[in-house]
Design a protein around this ligand. Structure first.
Ligand code: SF4
Length: 323
């Protein structure tokens, strides 16, 4: 049966083309809303009942009829917006997100040549620690000096030569990777902003037309207007350490004088969002370190606090560790 709305008809056709099989995810629900765990990327997407019902029907026989029934139930506009978001995530954001394919890496385990080739030409990401220094003194930090067999923070910083060796390795070993990522981890990488600028310009030059992601794990305490402008201009992906609401975050994430960092982090998040809401929506994610006592109802709302209302987004989770 033909759909009345031409826009929706086009979106349904596109969805049937992109999702010839169901996408790979697991759905779960909290008291607040449904979520989708994307199994290929480890990301958690917040959604609503309409988004989830469309995801559940995608890639299965009768999707077009299902979309028509939904449109009659909730309206064409809502179905179109939800489909646009799903298609945007599946096609624009990260090619692995909402993918119908299992990760290719599974095949390499039993095939030495393929594994070798993957290491030589299909490196997915390289993460460097440009400095051991940090302006915070989080109680659970592995550099806090409170853990056995671990040193405390030092001011040791990666040399330009070492950074360039890592960058050259990245360029040489990602020749066949669709969207490789070069990441900065810490310590606190914004303390060596020059290294980030240098790496961004180096890869912009040496990667030529190949796409890549720059990622930065940050406590977001030290961020300046110049840094925000730079991150926006270059589409740098920020993974911001945020453990939950103020009373959760400030238990562990503190300045050296013991005072909490939540208010400053939230102010700086506002500055980024005010500078460029689209950048904020697409390139800012959060990393929550779960430390006892852990209550999921304390942590999960953080992810949607700053979402600005989209029904599907990649707010609050990553499979990367915080420290
Ligand atoms: S921001 Fe990260 S590196 Fe710095 S003290 Fe906290 S956990 Fe450690």
């Amino acid at each position: 049966m033909a759909l009345d709305n031409a826009v929706m008809e086009g979106l349904v056709e596109e969805a049937e083309r992109v999702f010839d099989r169901p996408p790979r995810y697991h759905a779960f629900r909290t008291a607040r809303r449904p979520y989708v765990y994307d199994t290929n990327t480890g990301r958690i997407l917040s959604t609503d009942s309409l988004g989830l019902s469309l995801l559940e029907a995608l890639g299965k026989p009768g999707f077009s009829r299902f979309a028509q029934d939904k449109a009659r139930e909730v309206g064409d506009d809502k179905v179109c917006v939800a489909l646009e978001k799903i298609l945007g995530l599946a096609t624009d954001h990260d090619p692995r997100l909402l993918s119908t394919e299992a990760p290719e890496i599974g095949r390499y385990c039993s095939n030495h040549d393929a594994y070798r080739h993957a290491l030589d030409a299909k490196l997915e990401q390289l993460c460097v620690v440009p400095t051991n220094a940090c302006d915070l003194d989080c109680h659970y930090c592995i550099y806090s000096g409170k853990h056995k067999n671990r040193t405390g923070h030092t001011t040791e910083t990666m040399t330009r030569n070492t950074l360039e060796s890592a960058l050259a390795y990245f360029v040489a070993h990602t020749a066949e990777t669709e969207l490789p990522a070069f990441g900065f981890y810490g310590g606190e990488p914004t303390l060596v902003f020059d290294q980030i600028k240098h790496a961004t310009s180096y890869l912009g030059r040496e990667m030529g037309n190949r796409k890549f992601n720059m990622t930065l794990n940050t406590n977001l305490v030290n961020v300046t207007d110049e840094m925000i402008d730079f991150f926006v201009e270059h589409g740098t992906n920020l993974f911001i350490s945020l453990d939950g609401p103020k009373h959760v975050h400030d238990r562990y994430r503190v300045f050296p004088d013991g005072s909490g960092t939540s208010s400053l982090v939230m102010d700086n998040l506002r500055r980024i969002r005010d500078r460029d809401a689209v950048y904020y929506e697409r390139h800012v994610s959060f990393l929550a370190t779960l430390a006892p006592p852990v209550w999921s109802h304390d942590v999960i709302p953080v992810g949607t606090t700053w979402a600005g209302g989209p029904c599907l987004d990649t707010r609050n989770a990553s499979n990367q560790p915080c420290v």
